[in-house]
Write a protein that binds this ligand. Structure first.
Ligand SMILES: Cc1cc2nc3c(=O)[nH]c(=O)nc-3n(C[C@H](O)[C@H](O)[C@H](O)COP(=O)(O)O)c2cc1C
Length: 269
């Protein structure tokens, strides 16, 4: 992808579309890319492209959308993290082509989308996104919504990225600083940014800092999806710099607050 940092900084949720269908080329590129997406936990995410009009799909926060993509995944531990990782790959690729998206986990009639996506027992469809070309101007409801969740704000790095101990800020002057900035810019449910990273002995340990009300049977834990998104930005950043890495699930046992949970570690080789 051209200039990853530019893509990550430029991406914003798009809730107001211009009503035009995706070009055939764009649709084919997205479908082909989606088929090739893998995740570090080897939990496959299946992408289903759904015509909005044909299937009667809509969302109260959107206007002008013509196409949706849904992601389905088997319900099992780490399915939500894997989902976040895989779906965000598609979101960033779409934006690199000038195609807008917005993660939708709540503001939709879920039964309609699950039926249209052919959801089976044992699977979940945590989120969907429209895919289309942004309108020239945001709708008023979109502008209000962005204000409501402070969509343009992000938590400062010293409260997200720690050195050896929780809450001890990490000061990285090298290229890792840019990669952490890519993580910081990531989208999250209600813009809560629940990811935290502790750097220790060459490994970046990822944690979820939990808020109440983000877990249910239909979506899994939305904030684990957010951590999956953060992991996606981090590893794409490493790959962009040509750095090799390994992902392990191996809790280093660092002391953390009671509302935090260890998720995974990235060892930069
Ligand atoms: C897992 C997840 C679920 C989300 N669900 C919704 C939703 O149901 N409706 C909505 O309008 N936005 C939803 N969002 C979009 C966030 O509100 C948005 O990403 C955040 O406010 C930051 O804004 P930005 O994406 O423009 O940077 C969701 C985002 C994520 C990552």
């Amino acid at each position: 992808m051209n200039d990853l940092m530019e893509i990550i900084k430029g991406r914003k949720s798009v809730r107001t579309y211009n009503g035009e269908p995706l070009s055939e080329t764009h649709r084919n590129l997205l479908e082909e890319y989606a088929r090739g997406i893998t995740d570090p936990f080897d939990i496959p995410v299946e992408f289903v492209f759904m015509d909005a009009k044909e299937l009667g799909l809509s969302s109260p926060v959107l206007s002008g959308e013509t196409l949706y993509v849904a992601g389905k995944v088997e319900k099992k531990p780490y399915a939500d993290v894997a989902f976040g990782y895989a779906f965000e790959k598609l979101v960033l690729y779409a934006w690199s082509l000038g195609i807008g998206t917005v993660w939708i986990g709540g503001t939709m009639k879920r039964e309609d989308f699950e039926k249209a996506a052919g959801l089976k027992d044992g699977e979940m469809m945590p989120c969907v996104s429209p895919l289309g070309y942004p309108a020239a101007k945001r709708s008023l409801k979109e502008t209000m919504m962005r204000k409501g969740v402070g969509a343009d704000n992000r938590i400062s790095p010293d409260r997200l990225f720690f050195n050896e101990k929780w809450d001890r800020p990490l000061t990285s002057a090298d290229e890792m600083k840019d990669i952490l900035e890519m993580v910081r810019r990531a989208p999250s449910a209600v813009n809560k940014q629940p990811w935290r990273i502790i750097y220790k002995d060459g490994a970046y340990h990822f944690y979820e800092k939990k808020d109440k009300g983000y877990v249910n049977d239909n979506t899994g834990d939305l904030q684990k999806i957010d951590v999956g998104i953060a992991l996606c930005h981090f590893t794409m950043g490493l790959e962009d710099l040509g750095k090799k890495y390994e992902i392990q699930i191996s809790d280093p046992g660092i002391e953390i607050p009671s509302d935090a949970e260890y998720i995974a570690s990235v060892i930069v080789l």
